[in-house]
Design a protein around this ligand. Structure first.
Ligand code: HEM
Length: 496
């Protein structure tokens, strides 16, 4: 009798489990109507996890959308949705970030914009600095203009000139990440407190190696590591700079624009809460800007020069456009100053070349996961209603940028698609363009990145032609931030 009771109990338990974990997710859940990535998707995430483990997650999701349409169920509780209307629902709708961001981006155990999951604290912090990254502020910033003059005319061009004159082959992925770091750190901390990665090759390479380890660590493993200590020390230098009158007498000094504003705002809010600002709170934010800025812009510049190197006639067209700048960014004029950021921004071919690179080689092409909110009626995405709260949902730039109806011949780098496009066509392409994300969590540094990358491209192609020496492993990795799998691109520069 006792045995029978146990058997009945086990059978009942199995039936309950079957109902909860198989029948409900596969047939009864509102998600069950959405096309499955794989027959097992309603009951387990193992299939998509296996694709992610072999670094094929984003590409797999792209092929799934090509097969099944705008929305796909990847696992029992995970969706992928890739259309402008889905972007509006998920990202403009302000869904909370997935906890993955917390593990990947917290520094010093302190939150920052990228790692904050909830909307409220994030928007408070973003408001503190967002206008410093607006296009109009950046274009009018005297500090950024002075820093850019120095970085381009005194650091970048002399290095390029020596590389060209001596016929040296250059790994531009390594170098451009250093350029991105020097620009970002100069704006955050001021020119004299920032990095000099362009010149200090040994330290730059050491730092990039350390950063590779850092990226894979959990927040507690990162505590006190070299990268955290390094950024904290730049914060201390910027703090001393702000306190010292003498420092400002240095003719090279520019203000620590972002650090100064952030700490001033954080101090005000600490004061009203009756606490003291910890330097690590500001350093956490600063480190994320440095991380977000150097690698993505280094990757974008590498792919841009890779593509242009294969089109000498386009290099020439671009040079003719660049020579219309006043003054042009000629190496021989290195005592002059740079043309205004506004005039560089307005060049159509330069703009198209960068836009097309950001489309085909988005440096952050992977999913940007969010969590559906808990509401009484659920959420509707792509016509599927009653999607419950707590579902992981994401779009990705890789798929959006490969829609062949919007971008014919999507796998080809064709800047002309932007420069020659009719206004309505361009508008449609822009609706699908997602290299910097969208909504309240959109990239804070997009205008900054565009401004500094255009300046660098303008400085190169006004003076030099580029040729590929070694592009082995140039195909893009399938990771959150995606550079060439070979981790290099070697070019040769020739003076025109
Ligand atoms: C080519 C260059 C860049 C690309 C392609 C890029 C791309 C992105 C993307 C796609 C996001 C959204 C991530 C998500 O929600 O999951 C993002 C966020 C962010 N980016 Fe960038 N980024 C670039 C350069 C920069 C630069 C130069 C800075 C800072 C100086 C920066 C700072 C940030 C910050 C702080 C966030 C988080 C914003 C928030 O959560 O509100 N990025 N970036």
């Amino acid at each position: 009798m006792a045995h029978l009771t146990i058997i009945v109990g086990v059978v009942l338990l199995l039936l309950v489990l079957l109902y909860k974990f198989v029948i409900t997710p596969a047939f009864l859940s509102p998600l069950s109507k959405i096309p499955n990535a794989h027959f097992s998707a309603p009951i387990t995430s193992l299939w998509i996890q296996s694709k992610r483990r072999t670094c094929a997650g984003t590409r797999t999701i792209c092929s799934l959308h090509q097969k099944h349409g705008p929305i796909v169920r990847l696992g029992p509780n995970e969706l992928s949705a890739c259309t402008p209307s889905a972007l509006k629902t998920i990202y403009i709708g302000g869904f909370a970030k997935d906890t993955w961001y917390f593990d990947a981006f917290v520094n010093y155990g302190e939150p920052n914009m990228v790692s904050m999951l909830e909307h409220k604290p994030h928007s408070v912090q973003k408001r503190m600095v967002s206008n410093l990254y607006s296009k109009s502020f950046l274009q009018g910033s005297e500090d950024l203009q002075n820093a850019s003059n120095h970085l381009i005319l005194k650091r970048f061009l002399p290095i390029m000139q020596s590389v060209a004159e001596n016929g040296v082959e250059m790994d531009v992925l390594d170098f451009f990440q250093g350029v991105g770091m020097d620009f970002t750190s100069a704006y955050l901390f001021g020119l004299t407190n920032g990095t000099n990665f362009m010149h200090d090759v040994e330290y730059r390479r050491h730092w990039l190696q350390q950063y590779k380890v850092f990226k894979e660590q959990l927040p507690q493993e990162r505590l006190g590591c070299e990268i955290e200590t390094w950024c904290l020390s730049m914060c201390k230098d910027a703090e001393n700079f702000l306190q010292s009158e003498n420092a400002k007498e240095n003719p090279l000094a520019t203000q620590p624009v972002v650090y100064g504003r952030l700490t001033q705002q954080l101090r005000e809010s600490s004061k009203s809460a009756g606490t003291e600002l910890k330097l690590e709170t500001a350093a956490s934010e600063m480190l994320d800007h440095l991380i977000a800025g150097h690698e993505t812009s280094g990757i974008t510049l590498s792919y841009l020069t890779y593509e242009l190197s294969q089109r000498p006639s386009l290099q020439e067209r671009l040079r003719n456009e660049l020579l219309t700048l006043s003054p042009p960014i000629l190496y021989s004029h290195h005592d002059a100053s740079l043309p205004s950021a506004r005039s560089i921004e307005a060049l159509p071919l330069l703009d198209s070349v960068l836009q097309e690179t950001l489309r085909l080689y988005a440096a952050a092409p992977a999913i940007q996961p969010r969590i559906t909110p808990y509401t009484p009626t659920g959420t509707t995405i792509e016509g599927y209603t009653n999607i419950p709260g707590g579902v992981r949902v994401a779009a990705n730039a890789y798929t959006l940028h490969r829609n062949a109806t919007v971008f014919p011949e999507p796998l080809k780098w064709i800047p002309e698609r932007w420069v020659d496009a009719k206004p309505e066509r361009k508008e449609e392409m822009k609706r699908w363009f997602w290299a910097f994300g969208s909504g309240g969590r959109m990239c804070l540094g997009s205008n900054f990145a565009i401004q500094d990358m255009k300046l660098v491209v303008a400085a190169i192609y006004t003076n030099y032609t580029t040729k590929i020496v070694d592009d082995e492993g140039i195909e893009q990795a399938d990771t959150f931030v995606s550079g060439p799998v070979g981790e290099k691109l070697v070019l040769r520069f020739q003076h025109v």
